[in-house]
Write a new protein. Structure first.
Lengths: 85, 148, 148, 85
C-alpha cells in the first residue's frame, strides 16, 4: 500500500525533496523500520536518516514515537525536533 | 473565542489584542516572540525562515488552545504564528489569553508559548552572513513544556 | 527602557507594545487589566473610578519597574495606569516587559502586576445602579504579591 | 510643627476632605498616635479612623506600618488598603 512521505527542515534538505510516494514491503510495519528501509533509497536518504536520535515522526499528522506501527496510514512525516515559537 | 492563524503575513498585534479584549474579560495576557538581531559568533541574523507542516500545525495549535481554554476557563485564546522569511525585529509568534482574573490569563499564556515550542511542527532556519543554519531544539524548552 | 505613566487618558496598547518591541529583545510579554462588565448581585458596573496618590504612585511604580529590570535583566519595562472615571471594556492598566528569552519576560510581567496590586496607591470605586462602592482589597492579592 | 495630612478613598470621604494642615502636640510621635489625636477633631474623622485594621499609611510618600514615628515628616497620608491594577 502506498504511503505519502513528508520531510521537513534538514531532513527535507538531505533527502532532496519534501514529499514522495513510497510502497514499503510487507515486513516494514513501524516508522523506525520504514526509516531503515527508506535509508537505502539514496545517499541523501541515508544521510538524512543517519542519526536516529535526532528524528521525530508524525503518522497522519499526529506526533508519535519512532517505534509506532503506521498501519494503514496514508501520510508519514519525518523531521527534526521542532523549533517554533 | 479560539483563534488560530498560521500565515506568511506580518502579525498585527494591535488587531489581535483588540479582538481578544472584545471578549469582555477583565484580564488579557499576551506574549510576542520576535526575531532577535543579536550578534552571535557568526554575526547578526539577517533573515529567519520558518518552515512548518501545513495542516498538522494548525491542528496542533488548536489542540493547545482547546486545552488552555478548558484548563483555565478562558474567555478567549489566540495563537498566531508567522511562517516564511522574516527579518530582525519582526514578529514570529503572538499568543493572547483572556480570563476573568489575571492568574488564569498569565498562566495560560505561559503554558501556550511553552507547549507551542515543543508540540507544534515549526522549524527555524537562521541566515547569517549569507549562510543558513537550522536552529537546534533546546533542552530547556523540553523542561519548560513539561512543568505544565 | 523604563516607562511609567499615570494618566486620565485611555491607554493605547498598540503604541505601548510598539515602544517596548523597539528594544530589540526576542520576547515581549504584556498584561492588560480591563473594566469587567460582569453583572454581580447589584447589577453591571457602569463606571469604575480610579483614585490615586499623585507623586507617590509614580514613585511606587518606578521602584517596581526598577526591581523587575534588575532581577530579570530586562531590556524594557512599561507600566501604564489609568486614573479617573472609566467604563466597562476600557483598559485600567497595562504592563509590558521585554527580555532576551520568554521566561524572564513572562515572570517579570506577572511580578509587576502582582506587586502593583499591593504596592501602588490606587483605589477603585465601582458605580452600579447609580450607587458607588469602594472595592475591598483581596487577601489573594497579598498572597500573589508575596510569592515573588 | 505642621504636618500636611492627605486622605484617600473612603478615608477621604468620611473625613470630609482630602487634605488638611495639622499641628500635633508634643506627645504625638507615631502615625497611630497621630490617628488617635485626629479622630477627636470631628465625627467624620472619628468614623474614618474607627477601624484601625483597615487603615494604611505613608510618611513622605513611603508606605509604613502605623507604629512608625513620623519624625519631622512634612506629609503623612492615611488610606484604605490599595486596590489598583
Amino acid at each position: 500500500m502506498a504511503v505519502r512521505m513528508l520531510y521537513f527542515a534538514w531532513v527535507r534538505e538531505r533527502v532532496g525533496c519534501g514529499e514522495e510516494l513510497v510502497e514499503p514491503p510487507a515486513g516494514v510495519t513501524t516508522v523506525a523500520q520504514l526509516v531503515d528501509w527508506l535509508a537505502m533509497r539514496s545517499d541523501g536518504h541515508a544521510q538524512a536518516f543517519a542519526d536516529r536520535g535526532r528524528l521525530r515522526a508524525a503518522v497522519d499528522q499526529a506526533f508519535v514515537p519512532l517505534d509506532t506501527a503506521f498501519g494503514s496510514a496514508g501520510e508519514v512525516a519525518i523531521f527534526p525536533p521542532v523549533t517554533g515559537g | 473565542m479560539i483563534r488560530v492563524v498560521v500565515d506568511r503575513e506580518p502579525i498585527d498585534v494591535a488587531a489581535e489584542l483588540a479582538l481578544i479584549e472584545r471578549e469582555g474579560a477583565g484580564a488579557v495576557a499576551s506574549f510576542t516572540g520576535l526575531v532577535r538581531a543579536d550578534a552571535g559568533a557568526e554575526g547578526a541574523v539577517e533573515t529567519l525562515e520558518l518552515e512548518h507542516y501545513p495542516g498538522a500545525t494548525e491542528a496542533a495549535l488548536r489542540t493547545l488552545a482547546d486545552e488552555a481554554v478548558t484548563r483555565w476557563s478562558l474567555a478567549g485564546a489566540t495563537i498566531v504564528h508567522r511562517v516564511g522569511p522574516m527579518r530582525a525585529g519582526e514578529r514570529i509568534v503572538f499568543v493572547g489569553t483572556a480570563a476573568p482574573h489575571r492568574g488564569a490569563a498569565l498562566d495560560a499564556c505561559a503554558f501556550l508559548i511553552d507547549r507551542l515550542k515543543t508540540d507544534a511542527p515549526f522549524w527555524k532556519r537562521e541566515v547569517r552572513g549569507g549562510h543558513g543554519t537550522w536552529v537546534e531544539a533546546r533542552d530547556t524548552d523540553e523542561v519548560a513544556a513539561r512543568r505544565w
